[in-house]
Write a protein that binds this ligand. Structure first.
Ligand code: PAF
Length: 293
């Protein structure tokens, strides 16, 4: 039986543990909001490959949820989460309360704004979301003080925001992006998938199918972004149970518009989709041209 990670609930305990760990090797960190699945496990495994010590955090950060979002019903499963962490060699889990993270209340904190990237796509639909993410990740970096931190490509825009923020604030953390883990049928793993009924889960597959269709068209020689986007739109709009938010192909570095995908430049573009299935908002993406999904 792998031993359970140490549960650290105060900032002082977390810093003291981190200081000791870093004396004997690199500390890799996987920040999470719990409700862990194989996508998180992959981040932790990758952290273990690159670092001598792995820590995770489990904190459902209220400041990245809008007033009408699913904060109250966000899944919480601490025992199962700790078991998963143990199974992939995580040594310590920082598990703070809101009072520890936001002692002056969740509406009164110094915020980290990342201009440009945070008001488009997910940021347009979820105002304030990325400010909450950037702020809490900055705080977590300051508390856990990792050498390396691991984020999933599934939340592509979040990855870009955190990369930019780490660069702009000169944070001494080396960032790693880990590919999306998919179910056997292609559905991108997400904590929110557990909200889906069996029928909705089948409907949700349309997102990964639309991305695969765009990728197949690109492979077949179609490089026009407008045509590839219409291909995704047509597929998704044909399913009445999905409410499409966006299906776009943009520059991988800055989410800027582009006219053509360059087939000779791997991962120069990213296809992003977001849609609501029932009350659940789902996102997915693939790199273009890409080889990993
Ligand atoms: O991706 C997530 O789970 C969250 O946005 C993160 C990075 C843990 C910040 O709360």
């Amino acid at each position: 039986m792998p031993s359970s990670p140490l549960l650290l609930t105060t900032i002082d305990d977390c810093r003291a543990w981190s200081r000791e760990a870093r004396k004997t090797g690199r500390l890799g960190f996987v920040p999470t909001m719990g409700a862990l699945h194989q996508g998180h496990a992959q981040l932790m495994i990758e952290a273990g490959r690159q670092c001598q010590h792995v820590a995770a955090s489990i904190y459902v950060n209220p400041t990245q949820f809008g007033p009408n979002e699913d904060l109250a019903r966000y899944p919480r499963s601490l025992d199962a989460d700790l078991a998963l962490c143990a199974s992939v060699g995580v040594k310590a889990v920082f598990f703070p309360t809101d009072a520890i993270m936001y002692p002056h209340g969740r509406h009164h904190f110094t915020a980290v704004e990342v201009p440009g990237l945070t008001t488009i796509f997910e940021g347009a639909s979820r105002p304030g979301h990325f400010t909450g993410v950037a702020t809490v990740v900055t705080k977590l970096f300051g508390i856990v003080q990792p050498d390396d931190a691991f984020f999933g490509r599934k939340d592509y825009q979040q990855w870009l925001v955190i990369r930019r923020m780490t660069e702009d604030l000169n944070l001494p953390v080396c960032l790693h992006r880990v590919d999306t883990v998919r179910e056997a049928d292609g559905l991108a793993m997400s904590s929110r998938n557990r909200y889906l009924s069996p029928d909705q889960r089948l409907t949700a597959l349309t997102l990964s199918r639309a991305l695969s269709a765009a990728k197949a068209r690109l492979r077949a020689g179609e490089t026009s972004v407008a045509t590839l986007e219409s291909c995704m739109h047509d597929l998704i709009s044909a399913v009445p149970a999905i409410e499409l938010d966006y299906a776009r192909i943009v520059h991988a570095d800055n989410l800027g518009d582009m006219q053509m995908v360059d087939p000779s430049h791997p991962e120069s573009a990213v296809a992003l989709v977001a849609a609501r299935v029932g009350t659940t908002r789902l996102i997915d993406n693939i790199m273009l041209p890409g080889h990993n999904d």
